[in-house]
Design a protein. Structure first.
Length: 318
């Protein structure tokens, strides 16, 4: 990275994996056509300013390869396609998160980049700059063969060993999603969440639900805000160690379940708490039930994991 750019002091380094100096190329061409941009899917996601903080938090569960790019520049398509194919072939060891720096310039400013594309590794919320500019075919192969496995290795050494969630077939025909708008009654809660005041957002969503208890969107966003308010800044290694050392402690088990939910490991979160109840901790039934109902508001109602968990909870309750 250029000398005037922000220094991250990540604590761990990928230096030595490849000759990173040889990868610095500046993109000066005008953007091309958007058609043909490789689609997200599998272990590839598109991140916005609204979902950026949540994405950073998931890097405490599994490592993330962060691509800051211009999806309207067809010169970047081969790079994005190669990275996506490589990450998907790693079966969840790594997630590729792509951010459109033209649409979300605040993210580019936060990373101090001078142009697109730029590539970072993100582990435990710490970004490690890998390259800025378009790599040659040979350099791209070095990234795929050497740098990506190195990221996983460094993550494992840091205690980040989770598996990224799978989000569908990237080669399937993509149906554009309708643009999401924030209902007027949600605006205050939404603003607080975007500002990182998750406790305040949860309280604001409580007021929305008082007016309309059937507002499923408010219930989901409230659950997400409560989750992040509790555990957004948790040290994953400490939380998991505490749960392992104190298997009977309901708070320790729920703390790990929170981390799993933030990381997209929904099945793991459900199973941990349901297994805890099944192990005979009936004195904690109500505490765990309330936490599970909060979790149940987050996935899509058609999610099979949710259906199974609801059935199992009902069996344990009665």
């Amino acid at each position: 990275m250029a000398g005037q750019q922000r220094q991250f002091n990540p604590g761990v380094s990928l230096a030595g994996a490849v000759d990173l100096e040889a990868l610095k190329h500046q993109v000066t061409a005008e953007p091309g056509q958007a058609g043909g941009a490789p689609a997200a899917g599998g272990y590839v996601i598109d991140t916005t300013e609204n979902t950026f903080q949540a994405m950073v938090q998931t890097s405490a569960t599994f490592p993330i390869l962060l691509l800051l790019w211009l999806p309207t520049d067809d010169r970047l398509f081969p790079m994005a396609k190669a990275l996506g194919d490589a990450v998907n072939a790693m079966n969840g060891q790594l997630q590729l998160s792509r951010i459109d720096v033209a649409s979300f310039p605040a993210v580019a400013q936060a990373f101090g980049i001078q142009g697109a594309p730029a590539l970072f590794a993100l582990i435990n919320g710490r970004p490690m700059p890998l390259l800025q500019g378009v790599p040659s075919d040979q350099e791209m192969q070095q990234i795929v063969d050497e740098v990506l496995p190195k990221i996983v290795q460094v993550a494992q050494q840091a205690g980040v060993t989770g598996t990224a969630p799978y989000s569908g077939d990237p080669d399937a025909e993509q149906t554009p999603l309708p643009e999401q708008t924030v209902p007027p009654e949600h605006e205050q809660a939404h603003r607080l969440a975007m500002e990182g005041d998750y406790a305040g957002a949860a309280a604001a969503y409580d007021k929305v639900l008082e007016a309309d208890p059937n507002d499923a969107l408010a219930a989901r966003e409230r659950a997400k805000a409560l989750l992040l308010a509790r555990s957004a800044d948790a040290d994953v290694r400490e939380v998991r160690a505490a749960a392992a050392d104190h298997p009977e402690d309901v708070d320790a088990q729920m703390a790990v379940a929170d981390i799993d939910m933030i990381g997209g490991q929904i099945q793991d979160a459900f199973d941990r708490l349901l297994d805890y109840l099944a192990a005979g901790h009936r004195d904690q039934m109500e505490t765990v039930r309330v936490r599970l109902l909060e979790y149940f508001a987050i996935p899509d109602p058609s999610d099979e994991r949710l259906k199974r968990a609801r059935r199992r909870l009902a069996t344990l309750l009665y």
